[in-house]
Write a protein that binds this ligand. Structure first.
Ligand code: FUB
Length: 449
């Protein structure tokens, strides 16, 4: 309750509307390569930012187009605030501002300063005549910024996908990718290498690997990477007892994307006692996987420290309030037959999805909805049914109590209907929405009043 009150207050102060909780978590722009961090009791996500390739700039149409970075934060993993652009290719002296190459970043706090690490194409050749990817640092006093970029990239580093880890003894390490995965110690200033870059051994030799993210849990150092074992990337991990290795490959965190997104990139946090995996898919752009979207799912460890494989979900994490629009197309489970989702608008996919129920007793289940303490009297449903249909809402399970039976009027346009509900018990419940006849119905959202 306390969380909701402070959240509500901050949303009012910020003038920000309530955003959706489900996957993907950023719903008005493309986002990829999410690095999540817990700063000051809040979760911050530093993703990279895909955009559709602008015309007339001589850019490859089939490649990544990534001009800048935003930072997002949330206290409850449900409501996210976009703090806006923090670093742009136009504002970093060493970056080729025509390259749109601001790939996977990281951010870490040390002694009250926030160090944001990012790769990009350099606009000048280095001492070795190389002009490829450098890794730069921008520094801020708060996670939201403003971030001031250093005038030069980190010396001695050519690569992408920086990741920084600070061990218990205070030593910081920088990891990055360039064919292999590299590691070097960082000086206390966090902006210079303190050791020669070293290739991390014992990682797969065949298939691209990139995007290192290292974390420690119970004395085990987990080095996680996207790796192409087959045709596209999957998330794998190696373990060791030292941040510089040696590491031993230990398993798969997430299989290849069911949506066939060629890349994936990961980060891990523990927040309020639960571990989470942040990753990306191409949810809003299924036909072009260089326009990606970031997601979260819960992560669990086995007793021996091994990681349980995560299956990507639409529902994601966090609690949904009954008084918000509940997008049941982000379902937790659905019936095998007669239930599907589709974009509301296949041109502007950011309008989201609709649920389609088309056979008698087809259903979707949407988990973890907070009915609060107040007695709710009505449910509103935005739906469309050409022949008219009847929906039933139950709580918790297929044979759980029926709280509403809703008639969706016959018509060819969207209608918001309001119906009486009864028998709701306060607290957290799962919702089951089922079609009680055989007349197809499309549902945009529902919410309680
Ligand atoms: O986002 C651009 C690149 O694609 C990242 O840097 C890689 O790890 C992959 O996600």
């Amino acid at each position: 309750m306390k969380i909701y009150k402070s959240l509500l207050l901050s949303l009012v102060v910020l003038g920000v509307g309530s955003l959706s909780a489900q996957n993907p978590i950023v719903r008005d722009q493309f986002s990829a390569d999410p690095t999540a961090r817990v700063f000051n009791g809040k979760v911050y996500v530093f993703p990279s930012h895909d955009i559709p390739t602008p015309e007339g700039k001589g850019l490859r149409k089939d490649w990544f187009c990534m001009p800048d970075y935003h930072v997002f934060s949330s206290e409850n993993l449900t409501d996210w605030t976009d703090h806006g652009m923090i670093v742009s290719q136009n504002k970093v002296p060493w970056v080729d501002s025509t390259s749109y190459s601001m790939w996977a970043p990281d951010c870490i706090e040390r002694n009250g300063k926030y160090y944001f690490y990012f790769p990009a194409n350099k606009n000048i050749a280095d001492a070795n005549g190389r002009q490829g990817f450098g890794i730069g640092v921008a520094i801020a006093d708060q996670p939201e910024g403003p971030y001031i970029p250093l005038p030069e990239p980190i010396k001695g580093v050519n690569g992408i996908d920086p990741n920084v880890f600070i061990d218990k003894d205070g030593q910081a390490y920088l990891y990055w990718a360039m064919g292999n995965i590299f590691v070097a110690k960082l000086k206390d200033n966090m902006t210079e290498l303190a050791s020669e870059p070293m290739v991390i051994d014992n990682l797969p030799q065949k298939g691209l690997k990139e995007g290192p993210f290292l974390f420690e849990r119970n004395g085990i150092y987990y080095l996680t990477i996207p790796h192409v074992e087959n045709k596209i990337e999957r998330l794998e991990y190696a373990i060791g007892n030292n941040p510089m290795g040696p590491f031993k490959m230990a398993g798969v965190v997430m299989d290849e994307s069911p949506m066939n997104c060629w890349t994936n990139q990961q980060s891990f946090i523990q927040y309020r006692g639960q571990w989470y995996l942040f990753y990306h898919q191409d949810a809003y752009s299924p036909k072009f996987d260089k326009n990606r979207s970031i997601c979260i799912d819960s992560l669990f460890f086995n007793a021996d420290g091994s990681i349980q494989k995560v299956t990507p979900t639409l529902r994601g994490v966090g609690v949904t309030k009954t008084t918000d629009k509940i997008e049941i197309d982000r379902y937790s489970y659905k019936s095998e037959n007669g239930s599907s989702v589709a974009f509301l608008d296949s041109v502007d996919t950011f309008n989201g999805w609709k649920t389609i129920l088309s056979t008698k007793d087809s259903w979707v289940k949407y988990n973890t909805v907070d009915f609060g303490k107040k007695k709710l009297k009505k449910v509103q449903v935005k739906a469309l049914s050409e022949k008219g249909s009847t929906l039933q809402i139950r709580l918790d399970k297929a044979d759980g109590p029926v709280i509403a039976e809703i008639k969706i009027p016959q018509g060819t346009s969207w209608n918001t209907v309001e119906w009486k509900v009864s028998g709701i018990k306060p607290g957290i419940h799962h919702l089951i929405v089922a079609l009680k006849d055989e007349n197809t119905v499309e549902i945009d959202w529902l919410r309680f009043k």
